[in-house]
Design a protein around this ligand. Structure first.
Ligand SMILES: Nc1ncnc2c1ncn2[C@@H]1O[C@H](COP(=O)(O)OP(=O)(O)OP(=O)(O)O)[C@@H](O)[C@H]1O
Ligand SMILES: [Mg+2]
Length: 336
């Protein structure tokens, strides 16, 4: 069947949003493709009424881009990765802590002191002039007390949360992301049985197998009515070496921009050799932790030594600074 002009335009827009997300979240296009249609339904004002604009459960190994996805979406939609209302479910493991979320009922001890974490105003504060879509992230959902899961059920079902003071918060203009480590340990065994270096995933079989592991764990932990209200359960894949290399490049570029923006007319050029990049790859990434440690490795091996040299007046404005691997560490030299 031929596509209409309108359909083609919609594909193009989808590609643009997808392209921007793929630029920021490396190697997870399958996950991103499942999220984008819900953003577009919202943008087209065609999201179903009486429920959140989208509900996603993100599963999969640590350091593979789950949280990064939500931040990237915030960047694209609102211009800042901070435009996310994040609830750490680990803080709500005990029943009494759930009051922090919704506030205590009037007359209860502590009523005045507890401003609920989830209010209509807080939801509005993470939207922006660019987009009215609020991004809400419930991190590590499996840690929450059962009463919180019950509250959440109402949010997923009707897009309404009733607060302690009996007012309500509407989530129709929100995308809800739940993340969980359910099945993560089993997935890790599947990915790197012996944690040997370069024990990378057999690429073809892994994704389906990991999804099945994740789904099994989710069904054991959550009631069917909870699982049924999720629009998509998305399992992130372990990152392949090529993706990890791109993330290293991405973060070095980010450091270059940071130097440029912060130092302005005192800025210098950074030239990081392939050998130095491989060093950072080895130090900052692993099958076990994905790219989780990479920022720290770059900070320790690159940003901090550079900062020391700048502070000591060793790097002049406009200099070219070359970074090489040398005997198991990074050597920083100023080219003349
Ligand atoms: N796919 C990716 N693309 C780009 N950067 C990534 C990706 N995955 C991880 N990173 C880098 O690693 C850091 C940690 O990733 P992120 O917070 O998304 O992990 P996660 O999947 O949420 O893990 P966890 O289950 O431990 O919460 C990010 O801030 C980012 O710097
Ligand atoms: Mg995370």
């Amino acid at each position: 069947m031929p596509t209409t002009v309108r359909q083609r335009r919609s594909f193009q827009e989808q590609n643009e949003l997808l392209r921007q997300l793929n630029q920021r979240v490396v190697g997870q296009s399958r996950a991103l493709e499942q999220i984008v249609p819900y953003v577009q339904m919202f943008q087209a004002e065609l999201s179903p009424e009486g429920r959140p604009a989208g509900v996603f459960l993100l599963l999969g190994p640590t350091g593979t881009g789950k949280t990064r996805t939500v931040e990237a979406l915030a960047e694209v939609l609102h211009g800042s990765p901070r435009n996310v209302l994040k609830i750490d479910c680990g803080e709500f493991q005990m029943e009494h802590e759930v009051a922090k979320l919704i506030g205590a009922p009037p007359g209860y001890l502590g009523h005045r002191e507890t401003t609920p974490m989830l209010t209509q105003q807080k939801l509005g504060a993470v939207a922006s002039e660019r987009s009215g879509l609020a991004l809400v992230l419930f991190d590590e959902i499996e840690k929450a007390a059962p009463s919180m899961t019950r509250l959440l059920l109402g949010v997923l079902d009707k897009a309404v949360l009733r607060l302690g003071d009996n007012s309500t918060v509407n989530f129709e203009r929100a995308l809800i992301f739940l993340t969980s480590n359910l099945g993560a340990r089993e997935m890790r065994k599947e990915i790197a049985p012996d944690f040997g270096f370069e024990a990378m995933v057999p690429p073809q079989c892994a994704p389906a197998k990991l999804s099945a592991i994740g789904m099994g764990a989710v069904k054991r932990k959550f009631a069917p009515e909870f699982v049924n209200r999720i629009d998509a359960v998305i399992t992130y894949r372990p990152l392949e070496t090529a993706s990890l290399r791109r993330i290293v490049d991405q973060q070095i570029e980010e450091l270059e921009r940071h130097i440029e923006n912060r130092l302005e007319d005192r800025a210098f050029d950074l030239f990081v050799t392939d050998g130095a990049r491989e060093f950072l790859l080895r130090e900052g990434t692993s099958p076990e932790y994905g790219a989780r440690e990479l920022k720290r490795a770059i900070l320790r091996h690159l940003t901090q030594p550079l900062a020391a040299m700048v502070a000591e007046g060793k790097i002049m404005a406009g200099a070219t600074v070359k970074v090489e691997e040398d005997g198991g560490r990074l050597e920083i030299r100023i080219e003349d």
